[in-house]
Design a protein around this ligand. Structure first.
Ligand SMILES: NC(=O)C1=CN([C@@H]2O[C@H](COP(=O)(O)OP(=O)(O)OC[C@H]3O[C@@H](n4cnc5c(N)ncnc54)[C@H](O)[C@@H]3O)[C@@H](O)[C@H]2O)[C@@H](O)CC1
Ligand SMILES: [K+]
Length: 474
């Protein structure tokens, strides 16, 4: 599992590190690692650092300082390094080091950008406000357009370091060399995609200083935590799911959720939704049982439309006390306070309705919106979208699912995912793990396909992915 942090947490770790005796040379360590990463890139692209043309875009803070010191190291290795100060006076000691090593300070970008071998973005780091001044944005875009590899220092300038938003212009990097620990913007879209490849440089920070880091799942976490059945597991050990989804207008939701649960390994699915959907479902999946009986988790809400008895169904599910996934239309009938063993699976629009805010606000800061949703409802929230985040009520941390290709954003994906999550709840996982593992499985399955694939077909790839994860465990 990777961990990612907010700026205030990074600053606290930095402060603690600087209290050590002797005081560590954090900026020098950062610059050395940055210069090494840029040297690697240059060697890969042109064979050597010697003679390479390097442009450094420099702001007026320590981010620019890192870039200037790294530039000095590159100049020492024979690179032709040019620094362009973009926001006023650059870091004085860093500039002095660059000039002493033979680098130059210029007041305009070179005419022939395409002749550059690499550009470093040392404009803004964790002290930056989102967005870039117009001239900086234009230069960054021109470098991108000219095909010059861009290395972001700590983070791509212009992104919102804590939310992952890109509210205005921001640098699009090929490589981001980040210092101490990963930052939230490196794991939350759309900023995540602006980072390119990510390298985290160890500066000896103590991550234990921040207890509520963002937990970013990796496939190895699924291999360890997925409830794979044991040799003697029966269907109840694997988990029986009761599904009441779909409606005459939306029968597909019932089929898709059931597909999800069955292919994610549920021991049994009892389909308790409308007959129209149930009849069709049986012809596709004869293993599904239509009779009510013992279940270990419920899935409700997908494809309900304006179901007239929605609130009563949810009240019954709450009284029964079983873990449950409440998806899609079910979210319109939530009680004042949900049981803590419920998992709500809204997309941004549904969460916006729940919180009575514009959708754009949820999309601008999905993490904060998911926290608010969980705290207000009392249930765990899996907020679906480009970054899938799971948040428990009263817990300042959050889990981010393994990211997947954008092709998963299509009608029916959420129905399948809700079925997977319900299967995981029935198998005994916590609401948080069920949400995060479910979303991760879907992402991993989507990554198996070169392009778009209907959600029900994607579900049929779950067994392959799970088989591989189980094998990796041994
Ligand atoms: N935190 C740490 O432990 C370490 C930090 N280091 C570097 O220090 C950086 C943080 O440095 P600073 O705190 O000096 O902050 P920055 O270098 O990110 O920039 C702050 C400066 O930019 C200006 N500014 C902010 N947003 C702007 C915008 N949108 N348009 C125009 N000007 C803007 C501010 O007024 C301020 O003068 C990190 O990102 C990293 O690169 C490293 O040297 C190593 C250790
Ligand atoms: K930067």
């Amino acid at each position: 599992m990777k961990l990612a942090y907010r700026v205030d947490q990074v600053r606290a770790m930095e402060e603690a590190a600087l209290a050590a005796d002797p005081v560590p040379e954090l900026m020098q360590s950062a610059a050395a690692a940055l210069a090494a990463a840029v040297s690697d890139l240059l060697r890969r692209r042109r064979g050597s650092v010697y003679g390479a043309r390097v442009l450094i875009m420099v702001g007026r803070g320590n981010n620019g300082g890192d870039a200037l010191y790294a530039g000095a190291r590159l100049a020492d290795r024979g690179a032709a390094v040019t620094a362009l100060a973009l926001l006023g006076e650059p870091h004085p000691a860093g500039l002095a080091a660059l000039l002493a090593a033979g680098g130059r300070l210029v007041d305009a970008a070179p005419e022939e950008l395409a002749a550059l071998d690499v550009a470093l973005d040392g404009v803004l780091g964790i002290g930056g406000r989102p967005g870039l001044p117009d001239d900086v944005a234009q230069l960054a875009a021109a470098l991108d357009g000219a095909g010059v590899p861009l290395v972001a220092v700590d983070l791509p300038s212009g992104v919102d370091a804590d939310t992952g938003a890109v509210p205005a212009s921001a640098v699009r990097a090929d490589l981001t060399v980040t210092f101490g620990v990963a930052k939230a913007c490196q794991v939350i879209e759309p900023a995540r995609s602006r980072c390119g490849e990510l390298r985290v440089v160890d500066l000896g920070f103590d991550p234990a200083l921040a207890t509520d880091a963002l937990r970013c799942l990796e496939p190895s976490d699924l291999a360890t935590g997925w409830p794979f059945p044991g040799r003697s597991s029966d269907k109840y050990a694997r988990g029986v799911v009761g599904i009441d989804t779909g409606s005459p207008d939306y029968p597909g939701a019932a089929l898709l959720g059931t597909y999800g649960a069955v292919h994610a390994g549920a021991g049994m699915v009892r389909f308790l939704g409308p007959d129209e959907a149930g009849d069709r479902l049986l012809s596709l999946l004869p293993n599904v049982v239509r009779a009510d009986g013992r279940v270990q988790a419920r899935l409700v809400g997908s494809g309900w439309g304006d179901r007239p008895d929605g609130a009563e169904v949810l009240a019954r599910v709450a009284d029964e006390g079983l873990p449950a996934v409440v998806d899609a239309d079910g979210l319109r009938f939530l009680p004042e306070r949900c049981p803590s063993h419920w998992l709500l699976t809204p997309h941004a629009g549904e969460l916006a309705r729940l919180l009575d805010r514009p959708r754009a606000e949820v999309e601008a800061d999905p993490l904060a919106a998911a926290h608010e949703g969980a705290d207000r409802t009392g249930a765990t929230v899996l907020l679906k979208g480009a970054t899938q985040v799971v948040v428990e009520p009263g817990n300042a941390s959050a889990t981010i699912a393994v990211p997947g290709p954008a092709w998963t954003a299509q009608a029916g994906s959420g129905d399948v995912l809700a079925g997977v999550c319900a299967a995981l709840l029935a198998a005994g996982l916590s609401t948080s793990d069920a949400g995060a593992y479910g979303a991760s499985l879907q992402a991993l399955a989507a990554a198996e396909f070169p392009g778009p694939v209907p959600p029900q077909q994607l579900a049929t790839r779950f067994p392959t992915v799970l088989g591989r994860l189980e094998a990796a465990r041994r």
